[in-house]
Design a protein around this ligand. Structure first.
Ligand code: IVH
Length: 675
């Protein structure tokens, strides 16, 4: 992006993030998923950090929550209700620890073995509860962090929030107590309410957080009462905080006073322990009755935690380690057409690689022209891509607000990109009018990876079909750009086989020139012809091939041994096509390298042989091998350029033709003699 475009993008992102924050926090009616929102916000944060000159105080990245609704009485939070920094991987957690060590002037590594309190991060809404002499006097939402909404009456309908505290155990109930926690409800409750909503013809709630927030933020507490709201408490702030040495102790005190604390929370001895806890819940979360979206990792030692203080809108000493996001935003670089086995043209989007569902995604199929129209996709658009469970990625939405005007519409081609035949439209489908096109294209790919060509083991027909169908490959060059991440997510494709295939492809990126020419699948160009071409026109890389071969005239090709007019026409035609040169360029860019065809030496140099009939002393393969190692060529057909015909028992029509052309006829014994 150019400098000016960056400023524009930042402004547009701010507006959009602002909008979605408002829909989420103020109106409990989000339009995009939390994880898609997270990537948008993250992109904005990164741009703002990199270009501080465009930073001004009003960015939504500096904000906590959003405006309280006017309909509520307002409550001031004497201690601001902050938000948490997000981390999306182990590395980001280790970076965080590094920053803390820097801030505290500790030797690097000191904090790796500290105690961390690990909590499940409940996907609900934050609440502040104020107790005076053990009695609940106020409950408020976070609002913008400083001013929240008074929801005391609604909170009183929630059973798991004590209205009077118990004095049990060693922790004394303080005179004034400010407690923070989360209000949420279960997945079952969401289902129940949504069923009701649909029956009444009303819009269902998008998720449990949404429903919880919508249920709590009602002027009529009777509505809150009808929803099974629940709550966990996780912090004590204000004066009472001073009674506790660790975060863990706060949780114990909360429990002893009658609050509900999450019993899954645990103390981690060292950060690796916290990572293990995270991995456990990344899987086990599905079995919980409520939604969690990550872990909250807190420095357990309150002294250190307090010394660390806050940075912007977040405390330094704690962080949200989010679970793998299932949706993300990214941009469409281009849309390409993939021709399937039945000749159907499928548009595939090339994306700026983005991590979704634990893998990096660089492509997504757009299915057909109707789908592009339905989503309103243009090239250059910022889109939402999602990958739920083990399925392939899908583009689910376009963020049109982020358009710059430079986006390009995509139209399906009028001609097939593979063979140029006219495209016919059948309902939603576009199909190459040439019946064999798809099948032929597929066959070309099989040929390309076959033993005598690139020899990519493990990349059989079935797998190629899958790759074609999923849009992972469009042409043979794409094979060299496949990624481990893309393959491993395909159904029934384990990590191991994905790794094997990628390794094998990488190992085969270097290839001899003659095998390469053979792999291209030019009409009438077999192994032998490919070798002859390579021998007479050796090149050391694809770039040379691209610059030299198209300049060779048809007649020049014809001068090569064993190459007749049909073959030379085919070679000439192949190298005259721009599409083919583009393909070569693409292969080069994906790392394919050539080894020059070595000029052969030996007594049969420049001689070519035809074999006919049944041999007695040697097998045909042996004879062929001997000819080759001695620098000779083998020809399948009899032509003027053939030097010898080796004749065994019961020779075929080749002998007759050889006689006509005056070609030297030798027996198997003669040949052995020559050797
Ligand atoms: S500690 C400075 N612990 O996540 C805020 N937060 O993204 C300290 N949340 O505003 C919060 N479960 O609404 C904490 N076990 C937990 C949590 C939790 C959910 C929410 C909370 C917070 C938001 C930050």
């Amino acid at each position: 992006m150019e400098y000016k475009e960056i400023e524009e993008r930042i402004q547009k992102l701010r507006k959009l993030v602002e909008y979605h924050r408002m829909m989420y926090y103020t109106f409990d009616d989000p339009e995009i998923s939390d994880s898609a929102f997270d990537t948008l916000q993250k992109e904005l944060e990164i741009l703002e950090k990199k270009y501080p000159e465009f930073m001004n105080g009003i960015s939504p990245t500096q904000k906590v929550g959003d405006m309280p609704l006017k309909k509520f009485k307002k409550v001031n939070h004497t201690i601001p209700m902050l938000s948490l920094q997000d981390a999306f991987g182990r590395e980001e957690i280790l970076d965080w620890i590094g920053r803390l060590e820097g801030f505290l002037n500790y030797t690097a590594g000191t904090l790796l073995t500290s105690d961390y309190y690990c909590e499940l991060k409940i996907d609900g809404l934050a609440i502040e509860l104020i107790y005076h002499e053990g009695v609940l006097i106020s409950a408020s939402t976070r609002g913008d962090g400083l001013i929240g909404e008074d929801v005391t009456e609604n909170i009183k309908t929630i059973q798991s929030i004590p209205q009077k505290l118990l004095q049990m155990g060693k922790f004394l109930v303080p005179k004034n107590l400010v407690v923070r926690g989360e209000i949420f409800l279960t997945k079952d409750e969401l289902d129940r309410v949504n069923k009701e909503q649909t029956e009444k013809g009303l819009k269902p709630y998008a998720n449990t957080r949404n429903l919880a927030a919508g249920s709590l933020r009602q002027l009529d507490p009777n509505i809150s009462r009808m929803r099974n709201l629940r709550s966990f408490q996780y912090d004590i702030v204000g004066d009472a905080e001073k009674n506790f040495g660790t975060h863990e102790e706060k949780h114990k005190a909360l429990a002893s006073w009658g609050f509900t604390v999450n019993t899954h929370n645990t103390i981690a001895r060292g950060i690796e322990d916290a990572f293990r806890f995270w991995r456990t819940w990344e899987h086990a979360r599905e079995k919980l009755p409520y939604e969690i979206d990550g872990l909250v990792i807190v420095i357990n030692d309150n002294n250190i935690f307090n010394t660390l203080g806050t940075i912007g809108k977040t405390p330094r000493g704690s962080i949200a380690y989010k679970f793998t996001p299932k949706e993300a935003t990214t941009r469409i670089i281009d849309i390409r057409i993939q021709v399937g086995r039945t000749g159907v043209l499928t548009p595939v989007a090339d994306l700026i690689p983005v991590s979704v569902g634990g893998t990096t995604i660089a492509h997504a199929t757009l299915h057909n022209a109707d789908e592009i129209k339905r989503l309103g996709i243009k090239i250059g658009d910022t889109i939402v891509v999602s990958r739920a469970g083990d399925v392939i990625p899908k583009i689910t939405a376009v963020l049109k607000e982020l358009r710059t005007g430079k986006e390009r519409s995509f139209t399906m081609p009028k001609n097939c990109p593979i063979d140029g035949s006219p495209v016919i439209v059948e309902g939603a489908l576009h199909r190459c009018s040439h019946k064999l096109c798809g099948a032929r294209h597929k066959e070309m790919i099989y040929h390309f990876v076959s033993r005598k060509a690139f020899d990519i083991r493990g990349l059989g027909a079935k797998i190629i079909d899958r790759f074609l169908d999923e849009g992972l490959i469009v042409d043979v060059a794409d094979i060299f750009n496949l990624s481990f991440d893309e393959i491993k997510i395909l159904d029934r494709f384990g990590e191991k086989s994905a790794k094997n295939i990628i390794n094998e492809i990488n190992n085969k990126k270097g290839i001899s020139q003659e095998k390469f020419l053979y792999a291209l699948g030019m009409l009438h160009v077999g192994e032998e012809t490919a070798r002859v071409i390579g021998e007479h026109y050796p090149v050391s890389n694809i770039a040379e091939l691209i610059s030299q071969y198209p300049k060779i005239e048809k007649e020049e090709w014809e001068h090569l041994p064993d190459i007749g007019p049909k073959v030379s026409e085919s070679i000439y035609a192949w190298f005259s096509e721009k599409k083919n040169m583009d393909l070569l360029r693409k292969m080069e860019s994906f790392g394919v390298v050539l080894h020059k065809t070595k000029k052969k030496q030996g007594k049969f140099l420049g001689k070519s042989f035809v074999i006919t009939g049944v041999l007695e002393h040697m097998s045909r393969e042996e004879v062929k091998a001997k000819i080759k190692t001695n620098g000779g060529n083998i020809s399948e057909t009899v032509s003027k350029s053939v030097s010898y015909i080796i004749v065994g028992k019961r020779p075929g029509s080749k002998l007759d033709r050889a006689k006509k052309l005056n070609i030297k006829i030798i027996s198997e014994n003669d040949f052995i003699h020559m050797l």
